[in-house]
Design a protein around this ligand. Sequence first.
Ligand SMILES: [Zn+2]
Length: 347
Amino acid sequence: MEEIDIIKPDDWHVHFRDNEILKAVVPETTRHFRRSIVMPNLLPPIINAEQALNYKKEIENAIPQSDNFEPFMTIYLTENINKDELKFAFDEKAVFAAKLYPAGATTNSDSGVKDISKIMTTLETMAKIGMPLLIHGEVTDKKIDVFDRERVFIDEKLDNICKKFPELKITLEHITTKDAVDYVNDGNKNLAASITPHHLALNRNALFVGGIRPHNYCLPILKREIHRKSLLKAAISGNKKFFLGTDTAPHLKIDKENACGCAGIFNATYCLAILAQIFDNEKSIDKLENFVSKNGAFHYNLGLNKEKIKLRKIQEKVVFRRYVNVGNDKIKIFEPDFPIYWRVDNY
Ligand SMILES: [Zn+2]
């Protein structure tokens, strides 16, 4: 038997949704993670301090007593966002960062930004006050192939933002391509990237194994093996520019197994066990703590967590719970297509 103790991890990208789904999924994250950045793409989106604080309260009410967890709230950038309100929300510590969704890029992103030139003065304010910018880095032009949208976003949008605002702290979220890894590696010190467990575990073949697999559908979409390998190399490198953001994104089973299935993979429950297995398979378990517990905190200028967790490798394959129940429906828990022998102790 093998075991390791690591600093309690943080998840720098989660979707908790709201109401019944929120109540069901919050404990799946707070069980293993100490802090998370919470996405603002509700309907309607979170666009001011008051909404962010109300949402934070709803999350806090769903945290089990046994868990010590802190949600970091975000504001949804729109073309009409009020800069003073944004600054107020940040100064009052109601929010930690702002999220840029290109309009139509993913779930509930219709109020997102169509023309980035319209938010340049907002980005300037953010750079000045030290507010991080979180980016869903995909163009939404229907003429651009869905597998190329991240690369084109980097070339046509991100490069311009990075050059104009080298002091702006930017996270290119849930990166999926070698192009993104290379760009972030070569980019300025304020540019970093988060990576999800599912993009480390699967390539795009997983969407079509013996039939269409709606539970492996997410945005940005899974890519070719060459890209997965590049993400893996970045994750296990220990390089401070790459850290965990799970993008755990619950949808009800009925909305996934549907003629127009929603994008998003719910991975919170076994995320750490899966990552431990992936790092172990690469003989890099010693780099797991950097990826899940340290690099993100460094990027956001936060202290490291004081608590620790224990990960244990067992003889028998771990048997996963398959669903989280929500009322009469349920949410499918992400399970990769390889065996997992790691588990977080006591759970
Ligand atoms: Zn997301």
